[in-house]
Design a protein around this ligand. Structure first.
Ligand code: C2E
Ligand code: MG
Ligand code: MG
Ligand code: MG
Length: 287
């Protein structure tokens, strides 16, 4: 390449690159102060037991209440938080916030279900993860069964040794563990069997095409059958329609999560949903 054309490329890209870099640095600084300014908030999305239709747990999902931009979703900042290492203090805040919320619900005598917390690759390769979690459980007077942790196969396979150590210790403590976004990585369930997961969550990209897409239906059916033969329970993510629900019921998918039931909502709204659900008459044969 000659100097002139590379010079042109430089002139073309430089202002945009600088703008992108400046935005990134600004976001990093803002993320750092967001913790001190208490701008993060947890939303909760219910998970439904397929046979009974009842709420059996919830996933905690972080939001950033930005003073100017309003409510910002995690896809806009979790990646940068991972790259910069900020995910560790943010992740510790998430664990503490969810434990505090569960303790408050227990103290108020409200119904409580296990709440699932997402862990990033950086967190699951961190040797101090187990201590962070067990300290938080103890500090808030919770039991391990009140918490679940979601890890993606990519996060686990990034540092399988440390992840396995953390997951085995967490399993001994008694928390629930799920394999998140299953089907989007490169590992097989058989490979992942050496990690002590309780649940497999089918990624919503395979649910989106249901019930019409025959290939997605075949993939969902195969994941469910394989997971069951390995004694894992299966959760479908991103259930948006009744037709998806019906097919997943036929395929014996154990639990369902998605906008069809509820979007992620603030803690108070979730508590109200759970309270109403626990008052519903139970069908014959319900637990
Ligand atoms: P995820 O763990 O796979 O979470 C599920 C995502 O799917 C959530 O997006 C949820 O709002 C969305 N979702 C649920 N049901 C439906 C549906 O029916 N249709 C559609 N289109 N979407 C649905 P959200 O809240 O934007 O979170 C995105 C990702 O950010 C999460 O994916 C997770 O990987 C990450 N994340 C969220 N909270 C945390 C956190 O506290 N810590 C860490 N490390 N990561 C988090
Ligand atoms: Mg998740
Ligand atoms: Mg997921
Ligand atoms: Mg995801």
């Amino acid at each position: 390449r000659n100097a002139r054309s590379s010079g042109q490329r430089y002139l073309f890209y430089a202002p945009r690159m600088n703008a992108a870099l400046a935005a990134r640095v600004a976001l990093e600084n803002e993320l750092q102060s967001a913790l001190e300014e208490r701008q993060f908030v947890m939303y909760y999305q219910p998970r439904i037991d397929t046979p009974s239709g009842r709420i059996v747990s919830a996933e905690a999902l972080i939001r950033w209440q930005h003073p100017v931009r309003g409510l910002v979703g995690p896809v806009e900042f979790i990646g940068l938080a991972e790259e910069t290492g900020l995910i560790r203090p943010i992740g510790a805040w998430v664990i503490d916030a969810v434990c505090a919320q569960q303790a408050a619900w227990l103290a108020a005598g409200q119904p409580v279900v296990p709440v699932a917390i997402n862990l990033s690759a950086v967190q699951c390769a961190y040797a101090g993860l187990f201590a962070t979690i067990s300290d938080a459980i103890e500090r808030h007077g919770l039991e391990a069964r009140h918490l679940e942790f979601e890890l993606t196969e990519t996060a686990v396979m990034n540092n399988p040794e440390e992840a396995a150590r953390n997951l085995r210790a967490l399993k001994r403590l008694g928390v629930l563990l799920s394999l998140d976004d299953f089907g989007t990585g490169y590992s097989s369930l058989a490979q992942l069997k050496r990690f002590p997961f309780d649940f497999v969550k089918i990624d919503r990209s395979f649910i989106a095409g249901l019930p019409d897409d025959a290939e997605d239906a075949a993939i969902a059916a195969a994941i469910i059958a394989m997971a069951h033969s390995l004694h894992l329970r299966v959760v479908a993510e991103g259930v948006e329609t009744e037709a998806q629900l019906e097919l997943l019921r036929t395929l014996r998918c154990d639990e369902l999560q998605g906008f069809y039931f509820s979007r992620p909502i603030p803690a108070q709204g979730f508590a109200a949903l759970l309270a109403a659900d626990s008052l519903r008459p139970r069908a014959c044969g319900d637990p």
